[in-house]
Structures are given as C-alpha cells and as structure tokens.
Design a protein. Structure first.
Ligand code: ARG
Length: 577
C-alpha cells in the first residue's frame, strides 16, 4: 500500500502546486494525510482538503475538484469528490496482484519497512528483582519489551536484549535471614521456585505482620536482613556463596517462563555488576559540580526541571538505583555504541527514568538524547490488585499453567484426537494471556478476565491462532498453488487483499509509538477479513482454476502475514489445532 500511496501522493502534490507553486507541501506530507475511510462507501483511500484551504485560499471542495480533474493511476478504479474529500476506489485486481507479488518476493520479510539498517538499539526489559517471585506484574515489561525488540529486529536494526536482573539489594538479606531460620539446602533445591516464594512470603509476613494469619509484626527481622545484606556488601564469603546460589535458582525458575514465551536475551548483566563502576560516575558528577549534600545524602538538584532531586549516594555512602542505572547506561554505550537505548518498565518508574535521564544530560554525555523510557499501566486479575509482599502473589508460572489447563479442557471437546495436545494447549494458553495483554494500548490499566482471554470466540489469542491454523490446513489440503491468471471476483477477496497490504504501515506505526498493541489489533483485522473471505468464498472447491488459484494465493499470503505478525508479539505459530 505504501508504494500506491506514494504514487498517489506525488500526483496530488503536483496538482496542489499547479494551484499555488509556493505551497509548502511534500509528497510525504500528503501520504501521511491520506486516510482510510471508516466506511467502504466512501472509498478505500480519502484525501481531506480542509487543511489546504488556508494555504491555497480556496474552498476545500474546489481543491478536491482540482485534484480530481484528470487524475489517473493504474491502482485507482475510480475517484470522486464528496464535500471536501477526494475519495479513491482502488482496483481489487491491481491491489491483489501487487500485494501477492510483494508477499511472494519478501516472504518472512514482508511487512518490514527496512529502516533500521546499520543502527543498533539496546532493550532493557523484563529485568525482575531476583529472590522475589516472578509475578503477573512482570508480564508487561517482558512481553512489551520483547515485542519492541522483535519489531526493531524486523525493521532491520541490530538489537541487543538485556535482562538487567535485580541481583543485588536488601531482598537478598531478607531471603538469607529466612533461609537461615526456616530453610535448608535440600528443601530449597528440591522445592525450586515454590520454596523460594514460600521463604520470601514468610519473611515479609514476619517483618510486617499479617493480621489475617495472626502473625505479629517483628521489625527486628528487617534489621537482621539489612545486616545480612551489609555483610554481602562487605564481601562476607558465606553470604556471597548463598547469594550466588539463590541467584542461580531464581534465574533457572525464570528461564522456564522465558522458554514458554519463546524469549531469549543477549545479556544478563544485572545490577550487581555495577557496584565497582559507580564510583567513576559519582566522581564525574562531583567534578561537574552537580552533587549537593542534603541531610548527609548526595543528590542532584533538579528543581529547575520541576522534578524532585535525584539521589546519588545514601547517607551511609551506599549507592542507589539511579546511580546504578547511570553506570549501566554508560557501560552499554561503550559496549554496543547504541543509536537508541530503550527501557521498558511500569509507569510507576517514569519519574525515576526522567530524573536520571536528565542527570545524564547534565553530565554532558552526548548520548543522553538516545535514552527512551517506555512505560505501561497496571495489571490486575478479575479486579484483584496484585501485591508481591503479601501471600497474594500471582506467579506467571501459575497463570500460564491455569491458562494451559483451561485450554486443554476446551480442546478435549473440540479436537480430542490431536497429537501433541498438551504442548499445543500450553502454547495456546500462554498465547491467550499474551494476546489479551498486548491487544490493549500499553498505558491502559488492565484487568484480566480469564474466561474472556481464553475464549475461542471473540477477539482473543485462541481465535487468531485458530485462524492461522485454518489457513494452514486449507493449504495443506491443496496441491501447491499453481500459476495462472488472477481472478478477483468478490468484495471479500478485495477486502482481504487490502488489509494484507497494510501490514508495513502498521509495523511503522507500532515502531513510532512503541505500541505492540497496533500489531495485535492488526492481527485481529486480518483474522476478521480472512474469516469473512473463508465463509463467503469457496476456496478448494472453486470451479474456475484462476479463481481457485487466486484464493489459494490469498490464503497463503494470509498465512505469511499472520505468521510474521505473530513473531512480532510472542505468539507461537501453530499449524494444527
Ligand atoms: N529490577 C527493576 C524492578 O523490578 C526493574 C529494572 C528496570 N531497568 C532499569 N534499568 N532500571 O523494578
């Protein structure tokens, strides 16, 4: 569609310049102004002339008329002026032919704008605090982050995915106290993530108390935890050995989730790696005269920028989250020489990022403007807020298992004889959660309603995966698509071809706005167009060879586009359901 739009835009610009040669308007501007009318009766593309009215000193309808006069393009069947709009009706034959040839030429690269060539983008995502449960609150950073990475990769960028694990901090002190009090090597080794979560929940309940469970608060335990962490910081070998072991166990548990999602990282360089690199940045801040003492702590005053101060060193000289981030960003610049460095976290951390981005700018680092924070909203399940500090944690592992189990139940009825049922149920279940999540714009607060997410009808993951499998099964039953003439004979075919032509634009939109939801919703429109086509057009049974050939090629293109789009949002491609 981009090529068609570009050509049309060039012609429109020419006509505008014929009215006023001084008018400042490029073909690119015009292409961006071309709209997809909400109703097919208003054409496939529309050019609104209202904005030009001022520059050209003419009524919009006159401008539209001037553009329409003598307009012709091989992609355009007819064009008309309605009000201030210039409406274009595209030729189904042309659109289909053009789209199919692009799909067959580009295959797995169809839809890529190929704009990233030669540039590197670093993504910091997932990045959970280890020794704490990996819960539903981490779903956002993990799947939005990975989708953004895949989108950039698809566009041709060189991408580096970093899991900046929180492998240093007082939570380890807490876990060590809990372990020494209630745990032993065997139960933790055997119990894995459950044993760790138990200890984590138990120590937090013990520190803060839990009225429901009749546990009184014992703040002295918090001091003990701080003391254990302090020992770690001072190099106590016994605690460090415990720490290494706990980190290893946590990472292993998280890896199972990443495997279910098909996510891998290029680096796991976490917070603990930056302890030694922070003093260098602190010195730089001091040299630049940016550090101020505030009640014993060192801060960078940001009042001029309407932000609270950024804390660099605590009163006891220990470092803080922002300081580590500055050191890590500097390290990444040295390591990868990024053109862009993207951080995906909940919106709760927006201020933190705004603050230290500003500090990096004040330090004079010329890469300060290459840092991007991508925030997202909160998640709850069926209305319940999620907390990690109480026993009320919803582990991602449990959520995925529940989804898989429910899908297995549905499949038992729908397709009892499917081979490899269990694995497929897991992929659909996990996909359902991911799709439900990603089909909302990222800043929206999301409430999971499991029944809605898992339904095979409606705008869900199972529905789109089912649609993909449907396309695969038709192709599997056909002999290989034969060459021949195209014969586009129904509006459903044209509508499908049109939607499939729009993929690249959607990829660009998703990249520009850092919104995987654009892709999820695009997938829904492809699925809807394909299913309408499938229900209204006989494919394998079509009598005319050219008609059958065209329909098979459309089915094949749908498979390619859905497959490419699934890859962008962590959805597995399942050929048989
Ligand atoms: N570990 C942090 C948390 O769980 C997220 C880290 C995000 N990345 C960063 N560079 N600060 O809240």
């Amino acid at each position: 569609m981009q090529t068609i739009k570009k050509r049309i835009a060039e012609q429109i610009v020419e006509k505008v310049h014929a009215i006023n040669s001084e008018a400042e308007l490029s073909a690119q501007d015009v292409a961006a102004m071309l709209e997809y009318p909400p109703d097919a009766n208003m054409g496939d593309l529309a050019f609104p002339c209202f904005k030009l009215s001022k520059i050209l000193r003419r009524a919009p309808v006159q401008i539209a008329q001037a553009i329409a006069d003598g307009f012709s393009d091989e992609a355009v069947e007819r064009a008309e002026v309605v009000g201030g709009y210039f409406n274009l009706y595209l030729s189904g034959e042309y659109l289909t032919c053009h789209m199919l040839s692009e799909v067959s030429k580009k295959g797995a690269r169809y839809g890529s704008p190929e704009t990233g060539e030669g540039r590197t983008v670093v993504f910091d995502y997932s990045s959970p605090n280890l020794a704490k449960p990996f819960h539903i609150g981490h779903l956002g950073t993990t799947v939005i982050g990975h989708s953004l990475r895949k989108l950039h990769e698809f566009a041709g960028y060189k991408c580096v995915g970093i899991n900046y694990v929180g492998d240093w901090g007082t939570q380890f002190g807490k876990l060590i106290v809990a372990y020494k009090k209630w745990g032993n090597r065997e139960t933790v080794e055997n119990g894995g993530v459950d044993a760790l979560v138990d200890l984590y929940v138990r120590i937090n309940n013990a520190i803060s108390g839990n009225a429901e469970l009749g546990i009184p608060a014992d703040p002295a335990l918090a001091d003990e935890a701080r003391a254990e962490f302090c020992k770690m910081e001072q190099g106590d070998e016994e605690n460090l050995a415990l720490w290494r072991w706990l980190v290893k166990l946590s990472l292993k548990a998280n890896d199972e989730i990443y495997a279910q999602l098909g996510i891998t990282f290029d680096s796991y360089k976490g917070e603990s790696n930056y302890t030694n690199e922070m003093p260098y940045q602190v010195q730089k801040l001091r040299d630049a005269g940016l550090l101020k003492l505030d009640d014993g702590a060192s801060i960078v005053d940001l009042s001029e920028y309407h932000m609270p101060p950024c804390l660099i060193l605590k009163r006891d000289g220990s470092s803080l989250y922002p300081t580590r981030d500055i050191a890590a960003a500097y390290d990444r610049k040295q390591l990868y020489d990024f053109d862009k460095s993207v951080y995906v976290t909940s919106a709760g951390q927006s201020l933190h990022f705004a603050q230290w981005f500003k500090v990096v700018e004040l330090m004079g680092y010329d890469w300060a403007d290459k840092l991007v924070h991508v925030p997202y909203g909160t998640v709850s399940i069926n209305g319940a807020k999620l907390a990690t500090r109480t026993g009320n944690v919803i582990l991602l592992r449990d959520l995925f298992a529940l989804a898989a189990e429910k899908v297995a139940g549905i499949m038992e009825e729908k397709s009892p004889n499917l081979p490899d049922k269990e694995k497929i149920a897991e992929q659909i279940g996990v996909g359902a959660i991911v799709f439900y999540y990603l089909s909302n714009t990222r800043m929206k607060d999301i409430n999971f309603v499991m029944e809605d997410a898992l339904s095979f009808e409606g705008n869900t993951g199972p529905y789109v995966q089912y649609t993909y499998a449907r396309a695969c099964s038709i192709l599997a039953r056909a002999e290989a698509p034969v060459g021949g003439k195209l014969a586009v004979s129904t509006p459903e075919e044209t509508a499908l071809a049109k939607v499939l032509s729009m993929f690249e634009e959607k990829v660009c939109e998703a990249l520009e706005t850092y919104e995987p939801s654009v892709i999820a919703r695009y997938i829904l429109s492809v699925a809807a167009a394909f299913n309408r086509f499938y229900h209204n057009c006989t494919i394998l049974g079509a009598e005319d060879e050219n008609v059958k050939n065209t329909r098979l090629l459309l089915t094949d293109a749908t498979k390619t586009v859905l497959g490419n789009a699934f890859d962008l949002i962590c959805l597995k491609k399942i050929e048989k359901i």
